[in-house]
Design a protein around this ligand. Structure first.
Ligand code: GUN
Length: 293
């Protein structure tokens, strides 16, 4: 059976169309244009690409956007001051600090400095706590985007075994919470696996839905996947390739061709989870506007 390739690009476009309609409504009733800001510290190539894509997505849906670029040697105090300015700027509805940050800056301290009402990445302890309690909140963008993908393709989740590989605070851990929630998509039996997990291959091979966020190129191979499974690949790696104009090609955490041959649904890299993360960020920004009024 041929797998269905989940097009994050297509799903994100339909989410963006819905957001653009909402923005039109807000503007035509005299409301303020939603405004998302991003802080980028340093010159990391991948982070710059992601932030630029976020700014472009704002234009596409009619949001205002601001990109604050800070040097790699910016002090933690300067960054916290910039965050404070955005917290107090009434025109900014939500903002993000692109991760990772240079090693001299404490990411947790930075995350906690963002006003919870503007935390559209959903990384603040208040946002994560509300998520656990099923209260309305900003859901972390990547896990929320994956849920949206599953919804769009009507992939059954109730009662299914979902295995998540990776327990990061921004993907694996919140992903496991969302898949276990009493919701649709949701209601999965979830196994959260990580670097200390024993018998990982066997556990993965029992997954109906396998969500891979381990950060290792082509880590998941065909022998780890059940026939007819749904596989979602969160990884994105730049691999040097002089035959490409950019000098690199992109690989995910899943060995795509051999795994795809066993799947009912699979998300590719690029064009899978990446665009969904951005769509969720825009959705959270709209929610920030709505929660304010
Ligand atoms: N770095 C990798 N993913 C993300 C994300 O979703 N948000 C931010 N701010 N940084 C990231």
């Amino acid at each position: 059976m041929e797998p269905t390739i989940i097009s994050g690009k297509e799903v994100s476009n339909s989410v963006k169309d819905e957001i653009a309609l909402e923005v039109e409504k807000i503007k035509s009733s005299g409301g303020k244009t939603p405004h998302l800001a991003a802080i980028l510290v340093g010159e990391d190539g991948a982070s710059r690409t992601y932030v630029n894509a976020k700014v472009k997505a704002c234009e596409r849906v009619g949001f205002g956007s601001t990109l604050v670029k800070l040097d790699a040697d910016t002090s933690e105090e300067e960054l916290l001051n910039t965050i404070n300015q955005l917290n107090n700027d009434n025109d900014i509805d939500g903002f993000i600090v692109q991760l990772p940050l240079p090693s001299h800056i404490d990411e947790q301290k930075v995350t906690e400095a963002i006003a919870p009402g503007k935390d559209v990445d959903g990384f603040h302890p208040v946002s994560l706590g509300k998520m656990l309690l099923d209260l309305p909140s900003f859901l972390p963008a990547t896990p929320a985007g994956i849920v949206e993908m599953l919804r769009h393709y009507n992939i059954p989740t109730e009662g299914k075994h979902c295995v998540v590989i990776g327990r990061s605070h921004i993907v694996g851990s919140p992903m496991s919470v969302l898949m276990a929630r009493n919701a649709n998509p949701g209601n999965c039996t979830v196994t959260l696996t990580h670097s200390r997990t024993q018998n990982l291959n066997e556990i993965c091979a029992s997954a109906d839905i396998l969500i891979v966020a381990i950060g290792k190129p082509e880590f998941v191979t065909a022998d780890m996947v059940k026939e007819g499974a749904t596989v979602i690949d969160v990884g994105i790696h730049r691999i040097e390739d002089s035959s490409k104009k950019s000098g690199f090609r992109l690989l995910g955490d899943v060995k795509f061709d051999e795994v795809a041959a066993k799947c009912e649904f699979i998300s590719p890299v690029p064009g899978g989870v990446g665009p969904m993360t951005i769509a969720s960020l825009l959705k959270n920004t709209l929610l920030a506007v709505q929660l304010k009024s």
